[in-house]
Design a protein around this ligand. Structure first.
Ligand code: NAD
Length: 378
């Protein structure tokens, strides 16, 4: 009998959102028994599916279910069927409303490029292979939310946005970054524009204070955002945890997302409130929806982040190992074209990763965190 039960609000959304999160759930179920927990999964419509079901992109019942769940597993929203709806009803606004409702102020995006997949990157193998970084982006403050904002005037129009952070917002996101660094390589790069912006000067001061007072074990480096963009492309392996505000994080996380060469590899988590939101970085990919070509790895790795949040570290490790093992064994979906690889559909890839992960869940890790089973073939 499983000891722990987690209520998961499953919001597959639109397009490939359903296909990839179905595989994430398959892998979660596969590791649950071995790890001694149970999942109680309830599906709810969001995005275009929400519009079709209830006339709004985030139906009240979906919002309520998310607020009372242990975690939200989200697919993707949007698609041509809903392109003509009013701006406030667009499927994507359902996701923004949900993030706000959950109070998710910290957006985490890990970006890793394994040696086996380095040739899929637009950068040279010798620059990118072995990249393993985590972007921690502040998600609910900064210039995207500051007031005053707006466009005024008629003959000569003026537009204004306000970049604003208070100390409390900087402290809480800095703590998230430092805590992650403690579990990784112990290095935080804080990104700002302190040579020009007062907001960035405060950001830099507060981040430095948090490091000095609470995380003296972590190495802290500050970079201006323009330099950070350059270094991310020139030497991505020099980064461990990247801490940044909403605007710079938006740009840098998309820049970093190009490193692995496929959107289908990139997971994310939005945390900070009681309930975390876990979703692949990619959208609903209407061009491949329903063809079995979608790569489920981003959704499956998002599920691993969900397990991290629950403290189910053995299960999270097994899921990540399942993904790496599938890649190393030469399996790939259509987006990961490599010479000699075995092409799998979305579902076949999910099955394969679930099988690898299930084998590993029963094996203790070695001191370096790698499961004892080195080569597997389920
Ligand atoms: P997209 O991420 O859906 O697709 C971009 C390209 O990457 C496409 O060629 C697609 O086939 C490919 N791709 C994406 N995910 C993949 C995967 N898992 N496996 C293999 N290939 C994959 O972005 P888009 O085409 O700009 O947007 C499509 C729709 O998704 C739009 O309605 C957009 O608004 C929406 N969108 C939603 C989210 C979200 O829900 N978080 C994010 C981005 C875009």
């Amino acid at each position: 009998m499983a000891e722990r039960t987690y209520d998961i609000a499953w919001l597959p959304g639109d397009g490939i959102g359903r296909e990839v999160t179905e595989q994430a759930l398959r892998v979660l179920e596969a590791v649950a028994q071995g790890a001694g927990f149970r999942l109680d999964v309830e599906e709810h419509p969001v995005g275009g599916a929400g519009l079709d079901a209830a006339g709004v992109p985030l139906p009240d019942a979906t919002r309520a279910a998310c607020m009372s769940a242990a975690a939200v597993l989200f697919g993707a929203v949007g698609g041509p069927a809903w392109d003509d709806v009013a701006a406030e009803l667009r499927p994507e606004s359902g996701l923004l409303q949900l993030r706000k409702a959950l109070g998710a102020f910290a957006n985490l995006r890990p970006v890793a490029v394994s040696a086996a997949l380095a040739d899929a990157s637009p950068l040279r193998r010798e620059v990118v292979a072995g990249t393993d970084l985590l972007i921690v982006r502040e998600l609910t403050g900064g210039i995207y939310f500051g007031t005053p904002r707006g466009i005024s005037g008629e003959v000569q129009r003026t537009a204004v946005n306000t970049m604003v952070y208070d100390e409390h917002e900087i402290v809480r996101i800095a703590r998230v970054a430092f805590r992650w660094a403690q579990q990784r390589q112990g290095h935080v790069t804080s990104v700002d524009k302190a040579n020009v912006l007062e907001v960035s000067r405060l950001w830099r001061e507060v981040v430095t204070e948090v490091q000095r007072e609470e995380f003296p074990d972590i190495a802290l480096q500050h970079l201006y955002v323009d330099n950070a963009a350059m270094q991310l492309v020139r030497d991505p392996r020099s980064f461990d945890v990247v801490l940044t505000g909403n605007l710079f994080g938006d740009v840098l996380s998309d820049l970093a997302a190009t490193l692995p060469g496929s959107l289908g590899l990139l997971p994310s988590a939005s945390l900070g409130g009681r309930v975390g939101l876990f979703e692949p970085v990619h959208g609903s990919a209407p061009d491949i929806a329903g063809t079995g070509k979608a790569n489920p790895m981003a959704a499956i790795l998002s599920a691993a982040m969900l397990l991290d949040e629950f403290g189910e570290t053995a299960a999270a490790r097994a899921v990540r190992y399942g993904v790496s093992a599938a890649i190393q064994a030469g399996y790939g979906t259509a987006d990961l074209r490599r010479d000699g690889h075995t092409l799998l559909s979305t579902e076949e890839m999910g099955e394969r990763i679930a099988a690898y992960a299930t084998l590993v869940i029963h094996h203790p890790p070695m001191p370096n965190g790698v499961p004892e089973v080195a080569v597997l073939d389920p």
